[in-house]
Ligand binder design. Structure first.
Ligand code: COA
Ligand code: MG
Length: 290
């Protein structure tokens, strides 16, 4: 799966931001036709994204296009405008049911067959950011086309009538429901945007908190947010070497017939091994030698 520590949005009609984004070394670039694009710029966004997919070299950045939500009336034209130019993935916002993913899956599969691309070569990421989306996530997340679930904090707060706070306590239940469901279905979980993009200290803290919750990445809206977020979602050297020691000593202790043993005065057993393996997998996905 493509590593998505940071997923950078920009309005799909903004050619300047799109051309800048491909130079930044960000994991994922999401050209937006939804809320980042003004109501009178939807058509321009479609044409600009199609042009970017044809003309720009995205390097190692993943190229994604976010369509308008299903039921908005724009979604069909959005997806049809960009699909022929093979984005790496389509992002569907405000998903509330399995059928909505089915709708996109049918259109994408038809395009894949028509163009002779491998089936499932266009990935689908969904935004879950409403009360219904969270309620139905268990069914939605079972869809085989999915790669990742993106949790939208601002939309979710609006959906339940919560007041957003810096500590984000009002999001706790949904934010954790997303991580748990993603883990159950082996999907990536991508955390909320820090909209105060000038406050990099708050961004680092929020990113580290998201990583500790189990998120694999975070949505961002400004180039200055790339480095803090990609760093926070990359395991650091100390945790990598500790995880490696757990993996190595675990093997020896199993062979000595011990399920639980002591390392640096702490008890190690199976769950700690699994966590260490997960951390090493994440480090590898982020391009670290482990
Ligand atoms: N992607 C790529 N480049 C971006 C960018 C983004 N999301 N946001 C800003 N930039 C570029 C600017 O074009 C500018 O480039 P330049 O130095 O070559 O002129 C540079 O980064 C600095 O931008 P800055 O002046 O600090 O930001 P701004 O005031 O122009 O814009 C925002 C601030 C928040 C309006 C803008 O960052 C933005 O539109 N972000 C994306 C919002 C979005 O897509 N929301 C929907 C999804 S939640
Ligand atoms: Mg949203």
């Amino acid at each position: 799966m493509h590593s998505r520590r940071a997923l950078l949005y920009m309005p799909g009609d903004n050619w300047k931001m799109i051309t800048k984004s491909v130079t930044l070394g960000v994991d994922s670039i999401c050209m937006d036709m939804e809320d980042g694009t003004a109501l009178n710029k939807k058509a321009e966004a479609r044409a600009t994204i199609a042009k970017a997919l044809q003309e720009l070299d995205f390097g190692r950045s993943e190229k994604l296009a976010r369509i308008n939500s299903i039921g908005s009336g724009w979604e069909k034209e959005d997806i049809e405008a960009v699909l022929p130019f093979h984005p790496d993935g389509i992002v569907i916002p405000k998903v509330e049911s399995f059928e909505q993913v089915e709708w996109a899956d049918r259109i994408i599969e038809a395009a894949e067959l028509k163009q002779g691309w491998p089936v499932k070569s266009v990935r689908v990421l969904i935004g879950v950011e409403t009360a219904r989306g969270i309620m139905n996530l268990r069914e939605i997340a079972a869809h085989p086309r999915l790669d990742a679930v993106i949790f939208g904090g601002e939309d979710f707060a609006a959906s339940i009538g919560a007041t957003r706070t810096r500590e984000a306590v009002e999001l706790s239940y949904a934010r954790q429901a997303v991580v748990v469901t993603c883990a159950a279905y082996d999907l990536q979980a991508i955390d909320i945007v820090t909209i105060d993009y000038r406050d990099l200290k708050a961004l680092r803290a929020e990113s580290e908190f998201g990583a500790r919750l189990g998120y694999s990445g975070k949505q961002i809206i400004h180039p200055a947010q790339i480095e803090p977020v990609q760093t926070a979602f990359t395991p650091d050297d100390a945790s990598i070497s500790y995880a490696r020691r757990i993996v190595e000593t675990f093997e020896a202790s199993q062979q000595a017939g011990k399920g639980a043993y002591s390392l640096d005065g702490k008890m190690i057993d199976m769950p700690l091994l699994k966590n260490a393996q997960k951390l090493l997998a994440r480090a590898r996905a982020a391009g670290k030698q482990v």
